[in-house]
Design a protein around this ligand. Sequence first.
Ligand code: NAD
Length: 313
Amino acid sequence: MAENYLVTGGAGFIGSHVVDELIAAGKIPIVVDNLSSGKIENLDPRALFYEQDITDQEMMEKVFMLHRPVALFHLAAQISVSRSVREPEEDAMINIIGTLRLLKIAAKYGVKKVVFSSTGGAIYGDEVKKIPTDEEELPKPLSPYGIAKFSTENYLRFFSNELGMKYVVLRYANVYGPRQDPYGEAGVVAIFSERMLQNQEVVIFGDGQCVRDYVFVSDVAKANLLALEKSEDCIMNIGTGKGTSVNELFTQMKRITGYAREAIHKEPRPGDLKKSILDANKAKYLLGWEPEVKLEKGLESTIEYFRNELVSS
Ligand code: NAD
């Protein structure tokens, strides 16, 4: 019998690319997503789809009972850092309690491995000892979102020790690429693409010197599949080790889109980190993973995607 793979959040930005990789590898993805930020159009129709909330224990149990997945890629989450600050209980309901229920059911139905989407940016905090930051850095998350991700990492260790359900935690840098939501608060590449292509005003919060590590979504999806095959019970960063300021990003995207206007600068947003760059040598060593898509190429294909979306809308 063919093996099933459950992807929560599989209609979302990163999750839908994980689904694509699974299908390309000849595997069968079962997707659970409540479509709160994901879209059905993101999803390859060959995936089996349940429009369902991960916090709904009864329904989740049915999915596991029916499909008996061997592995779980857990990407469904409340992803807004600022919402987590405004509504920490709501964030914890989805990102901690929802995840915990899911992990309990997964263990009950014999899932062998969980690949969890965590965060590098929000987990290490602003006062890191080393940049690029490696996994030796002790997490000091500042937001409820980061706290919830760190809690889940710890619960995964508990489930592995107690019940033998193995895991790999992937702490992503700033992921960008096709299908990212251009209307959210994060996802600067998607927001700039959409606005530049429509010749609308582009806002930069603060002086634009904030530095981020931009990693392309297909590289992140590949890391998920390698994590499934190659390693267990460990935590690793997924980033490029290279930093790009918002101003540099703006200039590069201006050239690719032909946008002729200057950016509007507004007050910096509270809580925005000044500099976040991840050292992903552990993932290289353990998974043989390295980012393949250079920023320039990734920006070109993201902008191309948004151009096509605008034409077809
Ligand atoms: P996304 O919003 O596109 O994906 C999240 C998906 O989860 C959406 O499809 C949404 O509809 C679904 N979802 C949310 N709550 C749900 C619930 N209660 N039940 C079922 N489905 C639910 O965001 P993304 O950027 O693709 O993020 C995917 C994962 O990667 C998240 O766990 C996020 O925290 C993590 N992550 C993303 C980044 C990034 O740069 N995008 C960086 C670090 C970590």
